[in-house]
Design a protein around this ligand. Structure first.
Ligand code: BGC
Ligand code: CA
Length: 292
C-alpha cells in the first residue's frame, strides 16, 4: 500500500527530529538539531512556538511530572516549557566534545534512552545510554556510528535499534524491569534501493515505521519477516523520524530536514524541513514519559 503524507506545518527546521506527541495537550514537540531549537505545534489551536537553545539538541521526551527531558550536546537536561529554562542532569560524554546526542526516547518504565554520534560522522564513535528515573546513567552499547531510531515491542519483550549507516534494524531481548538488553540479531535489512534508516516508531500490531533519510518516505516493516508492507511518500528527500499521535493515535507525524542532501546543501524544495502527517489503518501508542 502507498500513501502520501500532507504538510501540516513548515517552520523550516534545518534538521527536524524526535517528534513526540503530548496526547493530553494535543501538542506535537520536535527538535531542530542543527538549528538548536525545541519546537512545538498545538494541533488544536495551530499555534507554533519554539525555544532557541545554545547547543545542538538530539532528542526530547515528555516527563511524568511536567515539562520535558532533552539530550543536548552537553548531556541530559530538564526543560521547563513555562519559563523555557534548562537544568543540567549529567553529561556522560563530557570527555568527548566532538560528539553530540542524536535520537532517543523513553521506555515504558520511564527510562530515557539516547545515543550519540561524532559531529563529523566518524565511524563508531558513538554510544547508546540509558538514563534511569533516579538519574543514574549507564552506557548500554558502544562503537555506534549514528545512533538513531529506538522503540520497544507492544509487550516490551523486544527493543529495536538503528545504527543508521549499518542499514539494518537490530532487535534485542528486553528486560523491562532491569532495563537491560541481550541477544542482538538483525530483523530488517534495508536494501540499496532505499534510503538510510533513521528514526522509527511501532504500531499496535508490532510493525515498525521507519523514516528514510534520502529515501523520500517512511516504510512500514514487519520485524518477524523483514518485509516492507507499506510506504508513505513524503515530498522531500531527508525524512528523519516519525511518531504516532492525534486524538485516536491513528495519525503518523513525520519530521524532515531542510537540506536537499546529506552533503548539507540548503534546500530549494519548499517542503524540506516541514512536519507531515498521514492517517494510518493501525494505531500507535502514547509517548512514554520519563519517570521523574
Ligand atoms: C542525524 C544526521 C544523519 C542522519 C542520517 C540523523 O539522525 O542527525 O546527522 O546524517 O541521521 O544518518
Ligand atoms: Ca534521527
Amino acid at each position: 500500500m502507498r500513501k502520501d503524507a500532507e504538510l501540516i506545518v513548515n517552520m523550516g527546521s534545518v534538521l527536524g527530529e524526535s517528534p513526540c506527541w503530548d496526547h493530553e495537550n494535543s501538542i506535537l514537540y520536535w527538535v531542530d538539531i542543527l538549528g538548536k531549537k525545541i519546537c512545538q505545534f498545538n494541533l488544536q489551536t495551530s499555534v507554533y512556538k519554539e525555544t532557541q537553545v545554545n547547543q545542538y539538541i538530539g532528542c526530547l521526551s515528555l516527563r511524568k511530572s511536567a515539562g520535558l527531558i532533552v539530550a543536548l550536546q552537553e548531556g541530559f537536561h530538564f526543560f521547563n516549557p513555562s519559563d523555557e529554562s534548562l537544568s543540567p542532569i549529567c553529561n556522560p560524554e563530557s570527555h568527548l566534545p566532538q560528539n553530540r546526542f542524536n535520537d532517543g526516547k523513553c521506555d515504558s518504565a520511564g527510562r530515557f534512552w539516547a545515543g550519540t554520534m561524532a559531529l563529523d560522522e566518524t565511524a563508531d564513535a558513538g554510544s547508546l545510554y540509558c538514563l534511569n528515573p533516579d538519574l543514574s546513567v549507564k552506557k548500554v552499547l558502544e562503537n555506534i556510528h549514528i545512533s538513531n531510531g529506538i522503540t520497544w515491542s507492544p509487550d516490551n519483550k523486544v527493543m529495536y535499534f538503528i545504527d543508521s549507516p549499518k542499514k539494518r534494524v537490530v532487535a534485542f531481548d528486553y528486560d523491562l524491569e532491569e532495563g537491560s538488553i541481550k541477544n542482538e540479531r538483525t530483523v530488517v535489512t534495508i536494501s540499496r534501493s532505499h534510503g538510510i534508516p533513521d528514526g522509527m516508531d511501532i504500531d499496535e500490531e508490532g510493525m515498525l515505521w521507519i523514516a528514510e533519510w534520502n529515501g523520500k518516505k517512511v516504510g512500514r516493516w514487519d520485524p518477524e519477516t523483514g518485509e516492507l508492507l507499506e510506504v508513505v511518500n513524503v515530498p522531500t528527500p531527508l525524512v528523519t523520524s516519525c511518531t504516532f499521535g492525534g486524538k485516536d493515535l491513528d495519525e503518523l507525524f513525520i519530521t524532515t530536514a531542510g537540506l536537499t542532501s546529506d552533503k548539507g546543501e540548503t534546500s530549494v524544495n519548499p517542503y524540506a524541513g516541514g512536519i507531515f502527517r498521514v492517517k494510518t489503518e493501525t494505531r500507535g501508542f502514547k509517548a512514554n514519559r520519563f519517570g521523574l
